[in-house]
Write a protein that binds this ligand. Structure first.
Ligand code: ASP
Length: 438
């Protein structure tokens, strides 16, 4: 039988009603054998996520303040789920251990990780599945990065011994046993790691949306859903802000060529989005897969006559950025010009020093700055095969009376990036969507 690894996000496990949906989904397919829960998320718009409540408790305790009121609210969230599910089960011993951990100044990550840990205990009881503590099977190195070498044999062997299990997301342990977490939203990464070492046929990531949309619904009215997307396309869109899945979650399964499917716990019959290495051969994809963009970029334009003949010019420019710890986002260049596009918040006040240094080291003829830029990425594996996509994009933008400030095409020909003034961002996105996606 195939093995499916299923990860449920916080909103899918926010209360007993959601947990019941989760149970129905899991029991509808017996190959859903390994379940990765997040901590309980928001039950409604103004609610708080348990992870945020735990961070608040930690801050209070670190500041020497009383944590009881804050921690009681956390306990109440779990107790309500337990009683609404009608479980004969108590977390009081676990609560006492965590409460004691505040007194001995246990780490921030330990406290935050208890959100997933406690939810995992409830879910395993509710499903009748074995509980595997992530601290025993997911390992980190001392520098805080994931330790695949140590994790692989232990996790593989442990999963082989389990028929059905719940493994809490988000955390693991360091060589000395201390608990450490991934970055926020990291249960997605745990799910991907478990899918890899369970040799799963698929990694199902259940959330509160039916997958990725072709554009941001705050800009485009009811954008179309994306049925399938390649890992590479997803990287491009996610980088530009299309967030449904943690950025790093694709890496473990991508190597193992395990597809991820994003599904909606509240509408399980919806198709969702399949994330795959290669799209199915018989699939007819549109020209583009999606559009995403972000505001807040600045372009530093450097001009110098005969720049093209000066060996090492680009290196000198980039060294200045490197020395200031700033990574660049795009690097469009001409014969005598080169632009370095960076995030405005990454340069901040450093901009003056940076320009002074560029002048000194690179002796350019002119440096100009163009702030308040928005970048829009138009991503699609279908673009390689179709002629005229770029011209349709430019025409649509110019017909909307928008000035294009920058154009960059990725070497894979899978994306075109356009820079426009931040004020034109929404209008440009609409123009591109209407031209290519309607
Ligand atoms: N509960 C953690 C967070 O809110 C991790 C996760 O949900 O994936 O970031």
């Amino acid at each position: 039988m195939d093995i499916k690894v299923v990860k449920f996000g916080g909103s899918s496990l926010a209360d007993a009603k959601q947990m019941q949906k989760v149970k129905n989904i899991i029991f509808a397919d017996r190959s859903r054998r390994f379940v990765i829960p997040s901590a309980p998320g928001k039950r409604c718009k103004d609610d708080e996520k348990v992870t945020d409540m735990l961070y608040d408790c930690y801050e209070l305790s670190a500041a020497g303040k009383d944590v009881d009121e804050c921690f009681d609210a956390v306990k109440a969230r779990y107790n309500e789920i337990i009683s609404d599910l009608g479980l004969d089960f108590s977390l009081e011993n676990e609560f006492a251990k965590i409460r004691a951990a505040f007194d001995i100044k246990a780490g921030r990550d330990y406290i935050a990780s208890r959100g997933e840990y406690l939810n995992g205990l409830i879910l395993s009881k509710y499903l009748g599945f074995e509980f595997i503590d992530a601290a025993d099977v997911i390992f980190f190195k001392n520098d805080g990065s994931f330790d695949e070498e140590r994790t692989a044999p232990v996790l593989t062997e442990r999963l082989k011994r389990a028929d059905y299990a719940v493994i809490p997301g988000f955390y693991g342990s360091m060589p000395n046993g201390t608990i450490i977490t991934f970055s926020r939203g990291g249960s997605d990464i745990t799910g991907s790691i478990v899918a890899k070492f369970a040799h799963a046929s698929i990694y199902e990531n259940w959330t509160d949306v039916s997958g990725f949309l072709m554009a941001d619904p705050r800009i485009i009215d009811s954008p179309k859903a994306i049925n399938s997307i390649t890992y590479d396309e997803l990287r491009e869109l996610a980088y530009m802000g299309a967030t449904v899945l943690h950025d790093e979650a694709i890496f473990p399964v991508r190597k193992a060529k395990i597809p991820i499917v994003i599904k909606n716990t509240n509408a399980p019959e919806d198709h969702g989005t399949m994330i795959v290495s290669e799209p199915p051969a018989d699939e007819s994809s549109g020209i583009i897969t999606g559009i995403a963009g972000k505001k807040g970029f600045v372009s530093i334009n450097i001009e110098k006559d005969m720049m093209n003949q000066e060996v090492g010019f680009g290196r000198k420019v980039l060294t200045v950025f490197e020395n200031h710890g700033i990574s660049f986002e795009h690097l469009p260049s001409g014969i005598d010009t080169m632009s370095v596009i960076v995030r405005e918040d990454a340069v901040g006040e450093k901009i003056y020093e940076l320009i002074a240094e560029l002048k000194e080291i690179c002796s350019p003829d002119r440096i100009t700055l163009e702030g308040s830029l928005a970048l829009i990425a138009i991503v699609g594996r279908g673009m390689i095969k179709v002629k005229g996509t770029a011209s349709r994009i430019f025409k649509a933008i110019s017909e909307s009376d928008i000035n294009i400030r920058m154009i960059d095409q990725g070497s894979s020909e899978m994306n075109i990036i356009i820079g426009v003034a931040s004020d034109d961002f929404e209008k440009a996105t609409k123009a591109i969507y209407n031209e290519l996606c309607r």
